[in-house]
Write a protein that binds this ligand. Structure first.
Ligand code: DGT
Length: 233
């Protein structure tokens, strides 16, 4: 399936008047989120916010990403707490220029809550107490900060395809990540974005096929450019 998630009609997109259009790029590890962000980064009026992976790799000398994968049961909650803070900081950043019309984020606070936290709890990695605390933080943030999104672009992929990409790029911290982990993450993205299950997501979703080559997906960016940037509603 490629196109618009049937549950979340793009016609439901509303135009914010007091802030830029906010779009979040979502998908599994290795789906190609950074490439999409990079592609749009030079467009006028668009501010892009790549994932702050360097912050996670060096927090006062601690490589949290490495700790996470070295013992996921021990470190998941620590990692998740910090990721949540960094995403919140980024998603509440005011635009740098008054001429900015679009803010584009690589993943979101919502992704944190409905993919990684949900999956970790479901698979027994995260204790019920930690899950509840993370959820309380999320609910507080949603109520007290403006973290609303106007569109989600879902780079939908097959776990085996992104697993091979992840292995090929050889990011040292990810060498121990198993296919099973990506399969679970895929399922949590599907549940969050492609079903009406519990109404987890209310933001319109544009689905792109991320199993394709870089050249082919660039064609999909071009075809969907106006939708991605909120110009075509
Ligand atoms: P791309 O451009 O689609 O290839 O994206 P990646 O793989 O560079 O970026 P991404 O967002 O999948 O994450 C980079 C690493 O950080 C990856 O090992 C997964 C991990 N990560 C990101 N966000 C979270 C999170 O909220 N929780 C956990 N446990 N891991 C996360």
């Amino acid at each position: 399936f490629v196109g618009i998630s049937p549950q979340k009609e793009l016609t439901n997109i509303s135009t914010p008047t007091d802030r830029p259009f906010r779009v979040s790029i979502e998908g599994n590890i290795g789906a190609g989120k950074s490439s999409l962000i990079q592609y749009f980064s030079n467009f006028p009026g668009i501010e892009t916010y790549p994932e702050p992976i360097d912050w996670w790799r060096n927090l006062d000398g601690h490589n949290l990403l490495d700790l996470l994968y070295s013992d996921i049961h021990k470190w998941h909650n620590t990692f998740q707490m910090y990721v949540q803070l960094t995403r919140l900081k980024i998603q509440t950043t005011p635009p740098k220029n008054s001429s900015t019309t679009v803010q584009m984020f690589e993943r979101s606070v919502q992704n944190n809550r409905y993919c990684f936290v949900e999956q970790a709890f479901k698979s027994g990695i995260l204790h019920g107490a930690d899950y509840t605390i993370l959820n309380e933080w999320y609910k507080w943030a949603k109520k007290n900060c403006d973290i609303d999104l106007d569109l989600i672009v879902y780079l939908r992929s097959t776990p085996e395809v992104v697993y091979n990409r992840m292995k090929a790029r050889r990011r040292p911290e990810e060498m121990s990540v198993k296919l099973e982990y990506l399969q679970e993450l895929h399922e949590s993205h599907e549940k969050w974005l492609m079903t009406d299950d519990l109404n987890l997501n209310t933001v319109p979703v544009l689905v792109l096929d991320a199993d394709t080559t870089l050249e082919e997906i660039v064609e999909q960016y071009k075809i969907n450019e106006n939708k991605i940037l909120g110009y075509d509603k």
